[in-house]
Every structure is written in C-alpha cells, then in structure tokens.
Design a protein around this ligand. Structure first.
Ligand code: ADP
Ligand code: MG
Length: 445
C-alpha cells in the first residue's frame, strides 16, 4: 500500500494504541513528508519535540521500519506557526469566502427546548459538553437509539449552539444519505470532486445523521473513512447518530465502526412517564396550547409510550380534532379519539384502550368506591384489596413500567406495585378473586 504522510501517521497512532489519539503531544504533530529514508513531521515547539522524542521515538521508529523500510528515520522539526493553527485557520476560512454558509441546521432544534430525563441524560450531557469543547474528549461522539427519541434534535442542537457561540466555526449537518448522494454526484462529475472533498474536510464540526444508512455502501464508506480521518487528525469534531450501536452495524467495515468508538458512545433510551409528560407540557407552551387539562396530558403520556415523535403528533392531532369540532379538549374527547379506528393496528388499539385510568375507573365502579379512592393514601381494608387488584391489572394489561404504574397510583415507590402483584397472585388461588379478575379483564379487553 502506498502511504501518504497522513495515512502513515494514522497507522502509527493506531499501532501505538487508542490512547495515542488523545495524547497531548501526539495530537500536536503535523505529518509533512515521507520518503524511504525519512518521515518528516512538524510540531509547534521545542518542548513538544523533546517530549515526543523521549516518549515515542523508539516506538515510532519501530513502526517505520515495519511499514516503510528498516532505515526510515523519524525527523521532527519545529514550526512555531502551528501553535496558533486552529484559530487563524478557522478565521481565514470564513473571511476568504463570504458567501453565507449552508449548514443544514434546523433552528428549532436547540438545547433549550430539549427536555432531559433519565433516558437521555447522558446523551444530552455529552452532546452539550462536545459543543463546548470541539475536538476534545468526546470526539467522535456517537449517539444511538430507536426512532423518534431525539437523536436528530440533539445533533442540530450541538450545531446551533456552536454556530451561535462561535460564528466563525464551520458547521455542517448532513444525513448520511445526502453525503452519499453528493459523493456519487462528484464521482459522476456532476459536481467537482474537489468541491465535495473540501466542503466536508473544512468543517470544524461535522454532524452526520443516521449513519446506519452506510451499511453495504462500500464506496461511500471508503470516502467517509477518509473524511473522518482527515477531520479527526485535525481535531475537528465529528458527531454521528445511528439507530444501533457501532458493534451492531452490519456490513460496515470494521476499521470504520471501530473508529466510531474512539471517543464517546452514548445511548438514548425510551422516555419514562415523567419525561413524556414534561415534553407534552413543554410542547403546549411552545405551541401556545393553553388550557389543555392536566388529565388529558396525563392520559396521552400514559398511552403513547414508545416514541417522542408519536407523542407530539398525538397531542397536535387531538388539538386539531378539538378545534375542528369546536370543543374543549376534554378527557372524554381524548379517549374517544385515541380509541377510534384510526389507530394503526388492532394490537395497539387494544393496548391503547387499557390505561391505568380506565382500569382504576372500572375497578372503582366494581367495588363501589369513590373516584380517587384508589389513588389516595388511605389504607383501610375496603380500599387495599381493590387497589391491589387495580395495580395487578395495570401490570398485566398495559406495557407500562413499574415506575409508571406507581406514578399512576400516586405512589413514590414502585415496590408497592410489585408487592401488590405478589399479593394478588397468591389470592388468585381462591375462586372469589379469580372470578373478579376474570370479570374485570373481560370488561377491559
Ligand atoms: P430521532 O432522530 O431519534 O428519530 P428526532 O430527533 O427527530 O428523533 O425527534 C422526534 C421529535 O421529538 C422531534 O420533534 C423532537 O424535537 C422531539 N423530541 C425528541 N426528544 C425530545 C426531548 N427530549 N425534548 C423535547 N423534544 C424532543
Ligand atoms: Mg433522526
């Protein structure tokens, strides 16, 4: 294989091990030229030169003799202009071409309107940190998780934040599909190959969405690999999203997917009840949906559990339905809309119909209790048994987590729910409880 100074330097870093990429001295090295007898690199100061020689000379020489020839020597020269490279270079970029940059960013996706909960806390924190320290500890940053959980939102938020705070930095957001299309256009000479390369390689921050799309696209992978290396070696920040973790990406070259793990890999998970409710409330504020009763928001947060896009969509369509009918958005309207036939699958509509609220209502009716008794703190005997049955039914008939069910009963501790379920399971031995449960299940489904 023919080496360029850059590709050789990359191989050296790889051979030295993962930590080499974050080593403060190695990161200052700029590969310059290469021939059989010498590999010339520049560093910003005498001090770095000394440290580099003391720490790495013998290791690097070994790699050179393996890869180039046994008498290829490392030559380190000092180039003081390197010390200021990042800033001057970055300012020059923008002053040299004063056409407005097309960043691809959506200004509505910012950190400010991204609600944080348990399921996305780490992703949010690393994304935020990366935006404050481009090319730093979290480079590259790899965010993965299911559909509609906020990956794209976070990606744009990083871009908007950087653009806002350092307008001189070049920020570029693309989906990996766009990347591929532009790459193919450049090969087919529809656009200039030079233009394509420099567009991507000049970015201080490259945000690339849905990287799983590159699976099986070998040519584009190769090009992305080169872009990645180039940006990385220049300490430019790369942030990627994917619907699965790097190790689960199939038909993606190992050398590429393993690079994705160099910096930080963060998973975004499904939101819990509290986060779903928080997002709905936030959405109401942003859209100016006032006077939607809490009851309705709770109901929506209870039944739309899998995906934030769907959660928002449900709220918007309920609101639209209410104004179409010229009615207030009441809990009854919400129930009737969400149980109607427009729900995609039978399975889902069945699941949707059964919520803690419907269960509590039915159980309360059955035992002739007052509305609210089941979720009260009262622990009288007449209440404990029905309450445990209601908790058990929630566990059996909904997809909700223990924590969500506890919340629906105003309980702090989800062990209350586990305990209730155990109690009911024991009681199922006797005919009376069995009959009651069967009757209620029939009613509910
Ligand atoms: P993904 O890229 O993971 O499929 P998106 O980023 O497109 O998901 O998110 C889907 C929708 O949900 C967007 O409208 C986004 O603004 C919203 N959203 C996702 N997560 C949050 C959150 N934590 N707070 C507020 N809105 C969110
Ligand atoms: Mg997305």
């Amino acid at each position: 294989m023919q080496h360029t100074p850059d590709s050789l330097w990359l191989e050296i870093l790889e051979t030295l091990g993962e930590s080499a990429f974050n080593d403060i001295y190695l990161r200052q090295v700029s590969p310059r030229s290469l021939n059989k007898a010498s590999f010339n690199v520049a560093v910003p100061s005498d001090y770095t030169q000394d440290e580099l020689e003391n720490r790495y000379l013998s290791d690097i020489t070994k790699v050179l003799s393996d890869r180039i020839s046994s008498d290829c020597a490392l030559e380190i020269s000092v180039d003081a202009s390197l010390a200021k490279v990042p800033e001057t270079e970055k300012n020059e970029h923008t002053s040299e071409d004063n056409t407005p940059e097309v960043t691809g960013l959506n200004p509505n996706y910012v950190f400010d309107n991204f609600c944080v909960g348990q399921s996305n806390r780490i992703c949010h924190a690393t994304a935020y940190a990366a935006s404050k320290d481009l090319g730093g500890e979290y480079n590259p940053l790899f965010i993965y998780g299911g559909v509609g959980l906020g990956k794209t939102h976070l990606l744009h938020a990083i871009g908007n934040c950087v653009q806002h705070e350092s307008p001189n930095r070049k920020v570029l957001y693309v989906t990996s599909e766009t990347f591929m299309n532009e790459y193919i256009d450049s090969i087919l000479n529809r656009t200039s190959a030079q233009g394509f390369r420099s567009k991507y390689r000049k970015a201080d921050l490259l945000l690339i969405d849905d990287i799983q799309f590159l699976q099986r696209k070998e040519g584009t992978q190769e090009e992305f690999f080169n872009t990645f290396n180039d940006l990385y070696l220049n300490s430019n920040q790369i942030v990627m999203t994917s619907d699965r973790s790097p190790s689960m990406l199939e038909n993606l070259e190992e050398r590429l997917s393993s690079r994705f793990e160099w910096g930080m890999v963060a998973e975004i998970d499904k939101p819990n009840f509290e986060l779903r409710l928080m997002i709905l409330k936030r959405k109401c504020e942003d859209q100016g949906f006032d006077n939607i009763p809490d009851e309705v928001l709770h109901y929506v947060a209870e039944i739309v559990t899998a995906n934030i896009r769907e959660l928002e969509g449900t709220l918007v369509s309920l609101k639209a339905r209410a104004s179409l009918l010229d009615e207030e958005l009441s809990i009854d309207l919400a129930r009737s809309v969400l149980n109607d036939t427009s729900t995609p699958t039978k399975e889902r509509s069945r699941r949707r119909a059964v919520t803690p609220v419907t269960i509590q209502k039915l159980v309360a009716e059955h035992f002739q209790l007052k509305n609210g008794d089941l979720i009260s703190a009262k622990r009288t005997k007449v209440l404990v048994y029905p309450r445990q049955i209601a908790m058990y039914l929630c566990r059996e008939l909904t997809q909700l987590s223990l924590a969500d069910i506890a919340e629906a009963f105003n309980r702090q501790n989800h062990r209350t729910i586990t305990y209730a379920c155990e109690q009911v399971e024991e009681l199922l031995e006797d005919d009376e409880t069995q009959k009651v449960i069967q009757l209620l299940i029939d009613e509910l489904t």
